[in-house]
Design a protein around this ligand. Structure first.
Ligand code: GDD
Ligand code: MN
Length: 399
């Protein structure tokens, strides 16, 4: 009887590697040349601490994943995630973190711009449980930006200020992509993190104000191999990310960008109108069409220029992902123009109706009630235009 019994299922393989204390996650996209150097440096920095290295690669065309897999055949601490879906820096980092087994988790760029030399010090702060997060910072003592241009530094400074003011984070380099976080803090915060979010570190310290955070300075190195993937849309994604963190539950962050652009348009329109009147612009055009009175001409001129500017800003900024290119810009602008004129008419109609019924006139007086009436008209027009623009022009791409 025992002879006919099915063979015993073989016991699950016992992992030969000890449980790592430290997990390092590095996102990669076209870093084939940098990766081997990074891994060598990470091993050197970690020494005898049991660790694992997780490479979160978006199926890089240069075969970074392949370089990683080849190295992994000789290096049991190495694991490669070759990702085919949901590409992106944040999504990759989060994926890597979710498979990490260590008690302490590290996120570091693969392009060698983050100095592995300070990693032991960063780790010691978190391993000793003195803090939950330790940030590699370019703006604190011992830190530096390398040979960054003034303009890049300025953009980074503005972004840092926004993070400090709006998200009330106290670290000097909240944009850093280099940090250590304890497993506890990670597990506490990760469920509420937005994978579309822009800066993973901000997602942690901006969402969870309970975390104890410290920083260690390091000098940002220049890239030697490969190139940066952060393009123009970064500023936009950043603002979206901050808006999402701050008011994401109440307001669509893209609508905030849209309203911001609208405010810029309003300011530009006022300046243009004043200028057009001041430089005697009406005289030139009244010659062309004597029927239009001078003030109306400069008003129409400023409105038209503003519409063009708003279209450009919305196309290049607010709706960057759905933007129009080349010839398609012409019909798109034509449609935008019509929608804007509809919005403009609604604004004027609401304003004049409120004027006619003397809305808030007794309460605020002539000029203040005028401003409020105007604001109400503008807000209604803004919402109507948002609806028209996002329904017919910059439709959300189906993913
Ligand atoms: N998997 C994956 N997918 N990795 C990516 C992607 C992506 O879409 N885009 C970039 N990476 C990887 C790069 O291969 C690199 O290892 C790291 O993410 C950083 O990308 P860079 O393109 O080198 O960014 P950077 O140096 O311009 O930006 C750095 O500075 C910013 C602050 O100014 C990064 O450290 C950012 O994290 C940091 O916020
Ligand atoms: Mn870089």
């Amino acid at each position: 009887m025992a002879m006919s019994a099915p063979p015993e299922p073989s016991a699950p393989p016992v992992a030969s590697e000890p449980q790592p204390l430290v997990s390092i996650v590095t996102p990669t996209y076209n870093e084939a040349e940098n990766l081997p150097i990074l891994i060598e440096r990470l091993h050197a920095a970690l020494g005898v601490l049991p660790h694992e290295i997780i490479i979160a690669d978006d199926n890089s065309p240069d075969g970074t994943w392949q370089v990683g897999e080849t190295l992994a055949t000789q290096d049991p601490t190495l694991r490669v995630m070759r990702r085919f879906h949901d590409p992106g820096l944040s999504a990759s980092v989060l994926d890597g973190l979710s498979t990490a087994r260590g008690e302490v988790l590290v996120v570091i760029d693969a392009d060698l711009q983050h100095d592995t030399g300070v990693l032991p010090e960063m780790l010691s702060h978190v391993l000793s449980k003195r803090v939950d997060v330790c940030v590699g910072s370019r703006s604190t003592a011992g830190g530096g930006y390398g040979d960054w241009s003034l303009s890049r530094r300025f953009v980074s400074w503005v972004a840092t200020m926004i993070a400090k003011l709006l998200l009330r984070v106290s670290v000097s380099d909240p944009m850093s992509g280099y940090f250590v976080v304890s497993r506890e803090a990670y597990e506490q915060t990760a469920p509420s993190i937005n994978p579309r979010g822009f800066k993973i570190l901000l997602e942690f310290i901006g969402r969870n104000h309970q975390l104890r955070v410290d920083e260690v300075g390091y000098e940002f190195s220049n890239r030697i191999h490969g190139e940066t993937k952060l393009n123009r849309s970064v500023i936009r994604s950043y603002l979206l990310g901050v808006a999402e963190l701050r008011v994401g539950r109440q307001i669509n962050p893209t609508f905030l960008l849209y309203a911001m652009v609208g405010l810029v348009g309003l300011a530009v329109n006022s300046v243009l109108f004043t200028l057009a009147e001041a430089v005697g612009f009406p005289e030139i055009t009244t010659g062309l069409n004597a029927a239009i009175d001078p003030v109306a001409t400069s008003f129409l001129f400023s409105v038209q220029v503003t519409i063009l500017l708003l279209f450009a800003m919305n196309n290049e900024f607010t709706f960057w992902e759905q933007r129009y290119r080349g010839w398609a810009l012409i019909p798109a602008f034509a449609l935008y123009e019509v929608m804007s004129l509809v919005g403009f008419c609604v604004h004027v109609a609401v304003f004049t109706s409120l004027q006619n019924i003397g809305f808030l006139l007794n309460l605020l007086g002539t000029s203040a009630s005028r401003v409020v009436q105007n604001l109400i008209g503008a807000s209604i027009a803004l919402i109507l235009n948002w609806f028209l623009n996002t329904t017919y022009l910059w439709r959300r791409k189906q993913r």
